[in-house]
Design a protein around this ligand. Structure first.
Ligand code: ZN
Length: 262
């Protein structure tokens, strides 16, 4: 189990299923122990046993089974509280507390902000704890989630909200998809030097069986093809090469559609 220290909490990274990450947040100033998107109960139980602390809360980013299947068994084991989006509460199994941007979770010892990131699903939310972003299936290492329920305009708006965060913010997304995403990124943006460097670094990590996640907002802005439309010179060049309108949403939409068929 790899762990990352932040000033008010430690993040434990639990690989699960084929390529999911479940995160356990251990607060420093309270007994709070939170699982983000428990795809399965078994790895969370094992980690809590190792750490010697019971689970107190579950935070879900969205309703998909590979983010919520652990909700019911973990609630049965620990009596923990399940927290999810108010505007998608009907699809979050065993939900106890409904949250939103204006009504975020209140958990002792932690400061938690909710960011609406509709796109991958309706009602997808992200959680920001200090300089740690838990964004589920919205922003990935060098990629973004598929649009199952939202529109391109909604996803582009959501990604822009995340791009506003400080560049040093660590991005804890829910899947290890980075190498496949980087392959597509090189196809979209072959002359980007930061992207070429990232490809080498992340390939080396995977060869040593290390995660490429967390990345940072700064790294994603420089290399992620779905955030590159923030850069007007990229928009101009990309739009000209494809014969499409030279605005950020049109370019984002074109790139997202290309990825769907890549
Ligand atoms: Zn999903």
């Amino acid at each position: 189990m790899l762990s990352y220290n932040h000033s008010n909490f430690t993040v434990h990274q639990l690989p699960a299923l084929k390529d999911n990450y479940i995160y356990l947040i251990e607060a420093h100033a309270s007994d709070a122990m939170i699982a983000i998107d428990p795809a399965q109960a078994v790895s969370v139980r094992r980690a809590c046993r190792q750490l010697g602390k019971p689970l107190t809360h579950i935070l879900n980013t969205h309703h998909h089974w590979d983010h919520t299947d652990g909700n019911v068994p973990l609630k049965n084991d620990f009596g923990c509280l399940v927290i999810g989006a108010a505007h998608d509460a009907a699809r979050i199994p065993a939900i106890d507390i409904r949250v939103s941007e204006t009504s975020p979770p209140l958990i002792e010892g932690l400061d938690i902000r909710v960011i609406d990131v509709t796109g991958h699903t309706r009602g997808h939310i992200a959680y920001l704890l200090d300089d740690a972003l838990f964004c589920g299936d919205t922003l990935f290492g060098a990629g973004c989630g598929r649009l199952f329920e939202g529109t391109h305009a909604q996803m582009w708006h959501s990604l822009q909200q995340l791009a506003l965060l400080d560049g040093a913010t660590r991005v804890y997304c829910a899947h290890e998809y980075t190498l496949a995403n980087l392959d597509f990124a090189m196809f979209v943006d072959p002359h980007n030097g930061a992207l070429q460097d990232r490809m080498q670094q992340d390939k080396a990590k995977r060869q040593r069986e290390l995660p490429t996640i967390p990345s940072t907002i700064g790294t994603e802005k420089a290399t992620n093809p779905f955030l590159r439309p923030l850069d007007s010179s990229f928009v101009t060049a990309y739009a000209a090469s494809k014969g499409i309108d030279a605005d950020a949403l049109s370019v984002f939409t074109h790139i997202r559609q290309q990825k769907d068929h890549y």
